[in-house]
Write a protein that binds this ligand. Structure first.
Ligand code: ADP
Ligand code: 5GP
Length: 214
């Protein structure tokens, strides 16, 4: 017989945090939508932003759209896990949003820019980081323009920022080239699947734990 163990101890399942970054227009939203449609264990953390809503975007679903003053007040109040200025607007991850998703046991996707990814690592959050990129700069330009949601000036700013973001891809755990959409979605699903199988993420107190005692 082994030592008496405290079998009342239970491991609360806590979800995995996945940070997904991409230069604007690389297809991050499109790839994520595909994967979300087939993965019920995945939750998306809705960020707050000062960017005005695009046509069709819904408050609370795509973003929490805040004015500058409200955003600044919430920064002061410590409501954000991380926040950054991206393409001329402020974006941030709300602490209550992330906590709610993780406590519900969902694996949670944070859509962050590269600064956001770095901040998440700096504060010591255990996160798997994934970078999605278009196959070429030409294709990135084409997609950004074809999307038709941004003015020419906004497109130019986003393209200028893309170079620096792509240069930082080596800081991520995984890189996905979004050439064919089906392949990119399959790559992302495979990464999620493999990360869930990591030994360190398995419950250590289960029916196999005291097998040698029986
Ligand atoms: P992001 O979220 O990275 O800014 P989107 O998901 O909005 O990018 O995609 C930008 C544009 O590129 C959209 O019009 C989308 O339909 C298109 N797109 C996304 N992935 C692909 C792909 N693999 N091949 C061709 N077009 C794509
Ligand atoms: P968009 O305006 O196209 O929706 O997003 C622009 C950029 O902001 C994207 O690179 C996106 O990943 C980033 N972003 C969105 N939400 C957050 C956030 O909460 N924090 C940070 N750091 N970046 C974000």
């Amino acid at each position: 017989m082994g030592q008496a163990e405290d079998t009342t101890k239970i491991t609360i399942p806590r979800g995995i945090v996945f940070v997904v970054s991409a230069p604007s227009g690389a297809g991050k939203r499109t790839v994520l939508e595909r994967v979300f449609a087939q993965d019920a264990r995945l939750g998306l953390s809705v960020s707050a932003t000062t960017r005005p809503p695009r046509t069709g975007e819904v408050h609370g679903k795509d973003y929490y759209f805040l004015d500058r003053d409200t955003f600044a007040r919430r920064v002061q109040a410590g409501d954000f896990v991380e926040w950054a200025e991206v393409h001329g607007n402020a974006y941030g991850t709300l602490r209550e949003e992330l906590d709610r998703l993780l406590a519900s046991g969902k694996d949670t996707v944070l859509e962050l820019d590269v600064q956001g990814m770095r901040n998440v690592k700096r504060i010591g959050l255990d996160a798997v980081t994934i970078f999605i990129m278009a196959p070429s700069m030409e294709e990135l330009k084409r997609r950004l323009r074809a999307r038709g949601t941004d003015s020419a000036e906004v497109v130019d700013l986003r393209l200028a920022n893309a170079r620096a973001e792509i240069a930082a891809r080596g800081e991520f755990d995984y890189v996905i080239v979004n050439d064919r959409l089906e392949d990119a979605a399959a790559d992302l699903a495979a990464i999620l699947r493999a990360e869930r199988c990591r030994a360190r993420r398995q419950p250590m107190e289960d029916e196999w734990t005291h097998m040698e005692d029986r």
